[in-house]
Design a binder for this molecule. Structure first.
Ligand SMILES: [Zn+2]
Length: 256
């Protein structure tokens, strides 16, 4: 805290709305207070001090002044603009997807805000530094698995969700609703249709436990097709638990 009614926090810009001729409302995810809406005064003026720091996906150290309804940004110092993302359509679209998921799952005054912020920051950073489409996709998969875990929707990939027995190299089914895998025997009564191949399950399981700055052996051997199948499974899972429909996935479908 710095003085009465002022506070400092690291935050990433997720969305912006026009408020007036010169002002914008920013939707941010902050490390200390979770999801926030605040006013960026004068940001649309050509000589604004805030200017490009209020662009989408920029991470800033912000100084804010508390207001009755919304805080106002009084100073911003860019921490990372993720500049390599800005000239690459794939990177832009997947960064939009990541931002949209965080704005849907993020809550105000979230006690887990530091963990969510770090996942968001590291995911945007890894997307921006990725040297291939596969690297981008693997980053997004790690993001989906990690954000669901921190939001309390961890996927069960090792044991049958009904009988609890470990599932190894055998037939299994996947349930987005239950949040994981069901063994072949239990499924005789349960009746799921989505078969999950054990290699696909193993891949997701490895990614869930790999950091953004690590590359597992599995990832090096992965094909774009495998990554896309995993993305679709997790995208559906994320959407199933999201309060709002995700708009960016519709755009992703159009471009891929
Ligand atoms: Zn079972």
């Amino acid at each position: 805290m710095t003085g009465k009614g002022c506070f400092v926090t690291d935050a990433i810009n997720l969305k912006a709305y026009s408020l007036s001729e010169s002002d914008k409302i920013m939707v941010l995810y902050s490390r200390d207070k979770g999801l926030m809406r605040c006013v960026a005064k004068g940001v649309k003026k050509p000589k604004s001090k805030l200017g490009a720091r209020m662009d989408l996906f920029v991470a800033n150290k912000l100084m804010l002044r508390e207001g009755r309804n919304m805080s106002t940004i009084s100073q911003a110092e860019a921490l990372n603009t993720f500049y390599r993302t800005r000239s690459d359509m794939d990177k832009i679209f997947y960064s939009m997807y990541i931002s949209e998921v965080v704005s849907n799952f993020g809550v105000e005054d979230d006690p887990c805000s530091a963990s969510v912020y770090d996942i968001l920051y590291e995911a945007l950073d890894a997307v921006s530094k990725a040297e291939s489409k596969i690297k981008i996709l693997n980053t997004v998969l790690k993001f989906q698995l990690k954000i669901m875990r921190v939001s309390g929707f961890s996927l069960e990939l090792d044991k049958c969700l009904i009988c609890g027995k470990p599932i190894v190299n055998e037939k299994m089914f996947f349930s987005s609703k239950l949040g994981g895998v069901v063994c072949n025997i239990c499924n005789e009564n349960y009746g799921l249709h989505a078969i999950m191949h054990y290699k696909l399950r193993d891949y997701l399981s490895v990614l869930a436990n790999t950091e953004f700055d690590e590359t597992s052996e599995y990832e090096e051997k992965a094909t774009e097709k495998l990554c896309n199948v995993c993305f679709e499974i997790l995208k559906f899972y994320v959407e199933n638990h999201s309060s709002k429909r995700l708009k960016s996935t519709a755009i992703l479908q159009e471009v891929s």
